[in-house]
Design a protein around this ligand. Structure first.
Ligand code: 9PG
Length: 613
């Protein structure tokens, strides 16, 4: 589908100059001017200017940043209490929102009813001599109806007439038009909308067969994080591996039984320390090559996690190669964040250094050499921090080079053993060219919300609720610039506080609005009710596979599910209250019916389908 026409504005450097300031303003518009830039006539502008119910989609900096629309009375916390370094897991270095301001990144839109007004920044100049463009930040002041666009490129040496930014403006009706127009906007920067070939082997049944030929055909499998967390070892992994094809579970039903490929990915916990990427031999006495071979022999794609840009203080690199650790101007190591499961604060490597890059590339090569073919590369945002780089330059230039190196061996490397990368914790705009398969939201969790971390004000916290908000809010990326990884679904009862409705909600939202179905359930300990749920979900997946879906916010935490064909509709209620049935019910059959006393139940999804009345 062609989408609507868009208008492009290109910004050029005026002279040879070294960018010293942290951020550089390139343009500012009133809402009225934005409408004009998108080609809207006087009349069509009115809703964006007069309507108090205009919603703003700021577009978060990275996977774990808030990825949802904000109504006029909604804001995002500007800081995190107590554990201050947690803010680095959501906000870009130096993006510090001022009072009354919402800070957005990469791509933003305003929405009034069904009309979207979008500003999308290109990330690559295109052409044979293509180069990355610095990330664009939007400072949105809703009261003043003003948007300021800035570039984040400290340390960049501009030459006169060099392209600094290219913005594309358009207005369109409905979420599928938004997607279709973004396909056109980003066509030169991604192959995802054309069916990203580097990921084909993760979905195709037979070699040579087309991958995502129409409809839903998710990538998926097992990963170890959301059950065992860092407490993994050979015994537990083998137990999960052996029971996956041997018990009745969701992954077996939707992938293995259908002859589709499935991933088996070992997450954080195999290494001696974060930053010290040697195998912990107490936990994995026979090493990881042994496990990769076993996984491969079971007909699964072996996967492994790593966070190559970061180091903790106690890791050997930190003391032995201290010169590789990025420092600020005063010589102090740059803090990249805080994680209570490691030794607290962690730091990042100076990616301007060839030796540090060669080391990182060596880590990936070794994982591939061990036999892993689905590499989860995490905490990538740390490669975008600013510091006193050994070789000068700007974070975006170093990030670009590092990502290109990391993913050099994607798919084509070896036709018999193709390799794919899953990006995670990554700046969304700067990464899709290298990581077509990526996490687009906060971590899932085996309970609805994580109350304690919520109190700190951390919007990127692991939480089923936040994770769903992101999966819904970023669903328009799926199949456009990313194959969206929404994180895991849960079927299990053991070690899980989610209710049946919540598990169903997550399983359906992930299937309908994203591109990957993973689980961390230990297949050996599923109960009959869990298997029943998996059976029901796989039947629903089959029934709903032939369409494309979107979601539109109706109210705070309440969304309408829509489908491209118009055949399927639904209501997603993430709120803690029943949502009254305001709209007249379509004359259609309920595939999933979570109405109770004339309202949609809290934490539920209801789906209606059939031909249009
Ligand atoms: C391994 C994990 C898993 C997971 C990743 C990432 O904002 N936070 O507090 C936060 C905590 C953990 C986290 C992400 C964000 O987890 O997303 O899938 O691989 O690392 O350590």
């Amino acid at each position: 589908m062609p989408g609507v026409p868009y208008h492009t504005k290109t910004f050029y450097a005026q002279s040879d100059v070294l960018q010293n300031a942290f951020c550089m303003e390139i343009a500012s518009w009133t809402y009225r001017e934005l409408c004009a830039a998108a080609g809207l006539g006087e009349k069509e502008r009115e809703p964006f200017i007069q309507n108090r119910d205009v919603l703003v989609y700021p577009g978060g900096w990275q996977s774990w940043s808030a990825g949802w629309e904000l109504a006029a009375d909604e804001t995002l916390p500007r800081s995190v209490l107590l554990l201050r370094d947690l803010i680095k897991l959501t906000n870009r270095d130096g993006d510090a929102p001022k009072r009354g301001e919402i800070v957005g990144h990469f791509l933003m839109y305003l929405r009034s009813g069904d009309m979207y007004l979008c500003v999308a920044s290109r990330t690559w100049t295109g052409g044979a001599s293509g180069a990355p463009l610095p990330p664009v930040t939007f400072r949105i002041n809703r009261k003043k109806q003003r948007v300021v666009a800035e570039l984040f490129c400290p340390g960049k040496r501009w030459t006169a007439h060099e392209v600094m930014a290219e913005l594309r403006f358009f207005a369109c009706e409905g979420c599928f038009n938004l997607k279709d127009t973004l396909v056109a906007v980003y066509r030169a920067e991604t192959s995802v909308s054309a069916g990203a070939s580097a990921l084909d082997f993760l979905t195709r049944t037979k070699p040579g067969q087309a991958a995502r030929a129409g409809g839903k055909n998710p990538i998926g499998g097992y990963e170890s994080w959301y059950n065992h967390y860092t407490n993994i070892n050979e015994k537990l992994i083998l137990e999960d591996l052996e029971s996956l094809p041997a018990t009745d579970n969701l992954i077996k039903r939707i992938f293995l039984d259908k002859g589709k490929p499935a991933v088996f990915q070992i997450d954080d916990g195999w290494e001696q320390r974060v930053g010290q990427w040697e195998i912990d031999e107490k936990k994995f006495p026979r090493g990881l090559r042994f496990l990769a071979e076993k996984i491969e022999r079971q007909g699964l794609t072996p996967g492994l996690w790593i966070a190559p840009f970061i180091v903790t203080r106690k890791s050997k690199i930190f003391s032995e190669k201290y010169e590789w650790v990025l420092k600020d101007k005063t010589g102090k190591p740059v803090v990249a964040g805080f994680n209570h499961l490691w030794d607290g604060r962690y730091y990042c490597l100076d990616l301007s250094r060839d030796d540090a890059l060669a080391y990182i590339q060596g880590l990936i090569d070794r994982m591939i050499d061990w036999g892993f073919r689905y590499i989860k590369i995490d905490f990538l945002y740390a490669g975008f921090l600013f510091g006193d780089f050994a070789r000068g330059g700007s974070p975006y230039e170093h990030y670009e080079r590092a990502c290109a190196l990391l993913t050099k061996r994607a798919a084509s490397a070896d036709a018999d053993a193709p390799v794919a990368f899953l990006g995670c914790g990554l700046p969304l705009g700067a990464s899709f060219r290298h990581f077509p398969l990526s996490r687009i939201g906060a971590d899932a969790r085996e309970e609805w919300d994580w109350k304690l971390v919520k109190l700190l004000g951390h919007v990127g916290r692991p939480s089923a609720y936040i994770n769903l908000l992101d999966t819904i809010g970023r669903s328009f990326f799926d199949g456009v610039i990313y194959c969206n990884d929404p994180d895991v679904v849960f079927m299990r009862t053991r070690n899980c506080k989610l209710t049946e409705n919540e598990k169903e909600l997550i399983a359906l939202v992930n299937f309908l609005l994203a591109g990957q179905i993973m689980t961390s359930d230990d297949p050996l300990h599923l109960e009959p009710a869990d298997m029943q749920l998996a059976k029901r979900m796989s039947a629903l997946y089959a029934a709903l596979a032939d369409d494309e879906y979107g979601a539109v916010r109706l109210d705070r935490d309440v969304f309408r599910l829509v489908s491209r064909s118009g055949k399927t509709t639904g209501v997603i209620n993430l709120s803690n209250r029943p949502h009254p049935l305001r709209e007249p019910l379509m004359n259609r059959q309920f595939l999933v019916d979570r109405r109770k006393n004339g309202a949609y139940a809290p934490h539920s999804i209801s789906i209606q389908t059939g031909t249009s009345p």
